[in-house]
Design a protein around this ligand. Structure first.
Ligand code: GAL
Ligand code: MG
Length: 987
């Protein structure tokens, strides 16, 4: 229906004939089941109306279902539960209005006892309306969907029933002993009466009873809580030396409660899992169980690529397991209480959670938080979140929401939460800004401070490295209590997470900097079928949704099917629990640090390998070492005498020796590489050097030809470069090295197709006219050297709108008698073209050269500012396998610090090596192909191999939302010299 009022008037009555109604799946979003469509906006509202008004045309779904209430529920209380409805829900039972539910990410429960007929069929109607006043405070950066996306069920209780349980497993005696604080409420549904009691049993993680006898507490009339219909019982008991809950060892206890009537007869029982653990903020630290825990966190939305907001349990488990396997220990439920099963998983598998209220008025930032009209809605979102989730040990912080500014309404939320649950600190990012000013208007020397009432941690989003150092080192700074934990950083959109290691270096250096939460976990692509009949992931605008924010909804570390992006490896390495932090090469002693907080290292297998250019010289496994949490140990590594001439590396690899809830035995926890020196050699393995034979130099109509034994090279006058390379009767190169400065822009360079990108690198490159740059060839000249070698010199000038001499490139080819060619390059980059995407050359290799080998950093993609995890080794793969299918096609597949690489077709091998810097990628797409594509279906692989050889490629940074690549990772103007060797050989 397009109009809720019409829908309700016509269709909720019992008499309506429902025979023709369609079926939809619940839980589910109707927007993904053929009714309407998803709509993506970030900050802006998807419609024009001002709060609290919403469009008259307002998609409305009426769900109806007959339910039979069992006979034995007679005399009992019947409750109807909806886990979540976007955006507002009205419930009717047998045609009678029962109530309304708001806050689409929290359950609404309705007592329908007086509306149902026991033992008979009853008609339940749930009217879900897409837009409501609630939409203005649910303006998170995600798809607008609609429908019942969480579980719906009916349950029954005795009339007098347990209405609430609040169990806190505190710690005492220097974090050794537990203190169980329990508050149980019973509701009578009539005037309360004396004599009721509740008993509690506690089972430890092994299922053994903790107390000899159940604890019993009466509900005394003196324990009056203000309602004549409800009573409260409180009790406390100490628990000696319990297993503590932490993300590393998530020990869960089971609390079983039984309600008894005044005669002592059990009426009902309930159970909840709890943990013993403490959370405190002091001395610029967030302490879990008394220890400062580095937050290796990530933000996560509930998202599924076919089910939208209706996640299945397997997918949630996959998320939790994948996070743990990549060394995450914390997750922020951005930006709303997630599916409740998610918190069960975090309790069980071990993830620290920031639970966040479903409150974001981004389009009305700084406004609604000050308006009393909205105060009840704000408070409600805090209260109901805390009530739903308060017994989860994984929840360590309550968050008041996201991007809504700071006003009295947030103070109200904070005050209520502090009063209700003193066991957890608060988080609220807008609290730390100078109030009344937006983030952009902060004073020059601004340091995060204030907002103590609403946030116990200093939690900026996307701060620069400088501002972190400034906060951490400012001596006069008054805030010596709160730590700084970034609620969002390292925006993972597309090919991203540049500079992550620089953040980690600061965490390790400055007390007070305690990690953060990467933005974000999942690309929110939605699976659709492309024009080629193949599946692809859709983003904003693909459903005809207008206005929209395009692919800004795809900014995760994993694709929508949870396959990790290459960038996740950088994080995994930086956050690894075991690390060689020092190596004394002379005495061969490694300092091994256990960076875990609660667990020793006896479950870790430490293997080492001594390698020279990918060849193993020696290897071994260290005897198991028991390093206490936070401690280091010096261990001698039994290395043999190194006689090798090439570069030598000592690699360490840490694996688990036990199965756990999130990994099997032999799971890789981390790795390190220690360079041990040695000379870099040019040779690739199995190079069959050809016998020296005299070269012939020939002038042809097209240019210059150099002939040797079994090979010839042609340089053309018209293109000014090497244009063909025949070897052993086959053409290896379709075209030779040509200056290349362009790359398929990453989302961080600037989001193509988006306005407002002028200040970004892509904006500058487009303004400079780089995509339309021309390469003007200079003359091709050849000379014979005394040695018998022939040198061919070429030059090109790259001209573009910004500069007609943007880059001058002189390249010479010294052709040796064995057929190898030494290529020497000089680039002179005009000042106006400082900070280019890349500086190097591109070659087109003949089709069929599909096998790739290289010695350099790998195995996964790496860039100058994302290479800490990538070790130097010999790797191999296929050219097709280099493709990284970012949802918005862009630059990928780069490898830095390359010593050599080869491409072969099974009979001939093309080899490139370099004495100095060399970055490369091999692909079936050009930079222009990638830049022109907006979806994966726009790309058709070329038959030939595009070989990009770079003196340097620009770092990645995270400027799609946050700081750009630091200057050290950019390409300055001026003169750059670079050389490499290219050769072909028979296999
Ligand atoms: C933040 C916001 C997130 C998301 C991110 C950009 O400002 O809190 O919800 O929009 O930027 O991807
Ligand atoms: Mg926002």
């Amino acid at each position: 229906h397009g109009r809720p009022e019409v829908a309700i008037a016509e269709d909720v009555a019992v008499e309506t004939n429902r025979g023709s109604w369609a079926e939809v799946t619940v839980p589910g979003n109707w927007t993904l089941q053929g009714y309407g469509a998803p709509h993506y906006t970030n900050v802006m509202m998807p419609f024009q109306d001002e709060p609290p008004l919403v469009p008259k045309e307002n998609p409305t779904g009426i769900y109806s279902r007959e339910i039979e209430i069992p006979k034995d529920w007679a005399g009992r209380r019947v409750v109807l539960h909806f886990g979540g409805a976007e955006s507002v829900l009205a419930v009717y039972v047998n045609g009678t209005f029962v109530g309304v539910g708001k806050d689409c990410r929290l359950p609404s429960e309705f007592d329908i006892t007086s509306h149902v007929r026991v033992g008979k069929k009853n008609l339940v109607c749930a009217v879900v309306i897409k837009w409501s006043d609630a939409s203005f405070v649910e303006d998170q950066d995600q798809w607008w969907m609609a429908g019942l996306h969480r579980e719906v069920f009916v349950y029954s209780t005795a009339p007098v029933h347990i209405a609430d349980v609040f169990a806190v497993g505190d710690l005492e005696n220097n974090y050794r002993d537990g203190r169980l604080r329990l508050t149980v409420k019973i509701a009578f549904g009539r005037m309360a009466e004396a004599g009721w009691s509740v008993s509690a049993r506690l089972l430890d993680p092994a299922g053994k009873a903790v107390f000899k006898k159940p604890l019993v507490a009466p509900f005394s009339m003196g324990g009056w809580t203000g309602s004549p219909h409800r009573l409260e019982a409180r009790f406390e008991e100490s628990v000696k030396n319990p297993s503590l809950w932490s993300a590393e060892s998530p020990a869960l206890y089971k609390l079983v409660l039984t309600l008894r009537d005044p005669q002592g007869k059990p009426v009902e029982s309930t159970a909840t899992r709890i943990g013993f653990r403490s959370v405190e903020v002091r001395d610029r630290q967030l302490l879990i169980n008394g220890r400062k825990v580095m937050i290796h966190g990530v933000n996560r939305h509930d998202h599924h690529h076919t089910k939208g907001k209706a996640l299945d349990r397997e997918t949630m488990r996959l998320d939790a397991v994948t996070m743990k396997q990549h060394n995450f220990n914390a997750v922020r439920c951005s930006h709303y209480p997630n599916d409740p099963h998610w918190l069960d998983l975090c309790d069980e598998i071990g993830l620290y959670v920031i639970d966040e209220a479903n409150l974001e008025a981004h389009a009305y930032y700084g406004q609604l938080g000050h308006e009393s009209l909205w105060a009840p809605a704000f408070l409600d979102r805090a209260v109901r979140m805390v009530e739903r989730d308060k017994n989860h040990p994984s929840v360590i912080l309550w968050s008041l929401g996201n991007e809504t500014g700071y006003g009295a309404n947030q103070d109200g939320m904070a005050g209520w939460i502090r009063g209700r649950d003193a066991s957890r600190p608060l988080h609220y990012e807008p609290g730390i800004w100078t109030q009344g000013l937006s983030m952009e208007e902060q004073p020059e020397n601004f340091i995060y401070e204030g907002g103590d009432h609403v946030t116990d941690i200093v939690c900026p989003m996307y701060p620069t490295l400088d501002s972190l150092v400034k906060w951490a080192t400012d001596k006069k700074h008054p805030d010596q209590r709160r730590p700084l934990i970034m609620c969002e950083y390292s925006h993972a959109m597309g090919n991203s997470n540049g500079g992550l290691a620089d953040y980690y270096d600061l965490f390790e250096k400055h007390p007070g900097l305690q990690g953060g939460f990467i933005w974000e976990w999942i690309d929110h692509g939605l699976l659709q079928t492309g024009p080629d009949g193949k599946p692809f992931w859709a983003y904003g605008g693909d459903f005809g949704d207008k206005p929209n924010d395009l692919n800004f909804v795809c900014d995760g570390l994993v694709w929508p099917d949870r396959t990790p992006h290459p960038g996740i490896q950088e994080f995994r390495h930086l956050a690894q629990p075991i690390k060689v932090t020092k190596f004394d090469a002379k005495n061969r002693i490694a300092t091994i640090s256990n960076r875990r907080d609660f667990t020793d290292s006896s479950d870790v297998r430490i293997a080492w390998r001594l390698q020279c250019e990918g060849n193993t010289l020696a290897k071994g496994v260290l005897p198991t070492v028991k390093i206490a949490p936070g401690e280091s140990l010096q261990v001698a590594i039994p290395l043999p005498k190194i006689s090798s001439h090439g570069e030598v590396f000592l690699d360490f690899r840490y694996t688990t020796t036990r199965d756990s809830a999130w990994c099997g035995r032999a799971h890789v926890l981390g790795w390190d590489q220690i360079p041990l020196g040695g000379k870099r050699t040019e040779a690739a393995p199995a190079v069959a050097m050809r016998k020296a034979a005299p070269l012939e130099l020939e002038k042809t109509a097209a240019g210059i030809r150099v002939l040797g034994t079994g090979f010839d090279l042609s340089f053309s006058e018209s293109t000014g470069r090497l244009d063909a390379f025949h070897f052993d009767g086959q053409n290896v190169l379709i075209s030779g090295p040509a200056l290349q400065v362009w790359r398929g822009a990453t989302d961080n360079d600037g989001i193509k197709g988006w306005s407002g990108q002028d200040g970004k690198p892509l904006g500058r490159w487009l303004k400079a006219g780089l995509p339309d740059a021309t390469l003007s060839p200079g003359p091709v000249r050849a000379r014979r050297e005394k040695s018998g070698e022939i040198t061919v010199t070429c030059s090109h000038v790259l001209g573009c709108k910004a500069s007609d001499k943007g880059v001058v490139h002189r390249h010479s080819y010294r052709i040796r008698t064995d057929g190898s060619v030494v290529v020497e390059n000089v680039f002179v980059v005009d000042k106006l073209l400082a900070d280019l995407p890349r500086l190097g050359v591109r070659l087109f290799v003949a089709p069929g050269f599909e096998h790739l080998h290289w010695l350099g950093r790998g195995p996964f993609d790496n860039y100058s500012d994302r290479q800490r995890a990538a070790i130097v080794d010999a790797f191999s793969g296929t050219v097709s396998g280099q493709y990284v299918p970012y949802i918005l096609p862009q630059e990928h597949g780069n490898r830095t610090d390359t010593r050599w690489l080869t491409l072969d077709n099974g009979s001939i091998r093309l080899r490139v090596s370099a004495p100095g810097p060399l970055e490369f990628s091999a692909s079936h797409f050009t930079a222009e192909d990638l830049f022109a594509a907006f979806h994966t279906y726009d790309l058709t692989p070329r038959k030939e191999t595009v070989l990009n050889l770079d003196f340097r490629q620009r770092g990645l940074g995270t400027a799609s939302c946050g700081p750009d690549a630091s200057p050290a990772y950019r390409i300055p103007a001026g003169r750059h010299e670079w050389s490499y060797v290219i050769a072909a050989e028979k296999m």
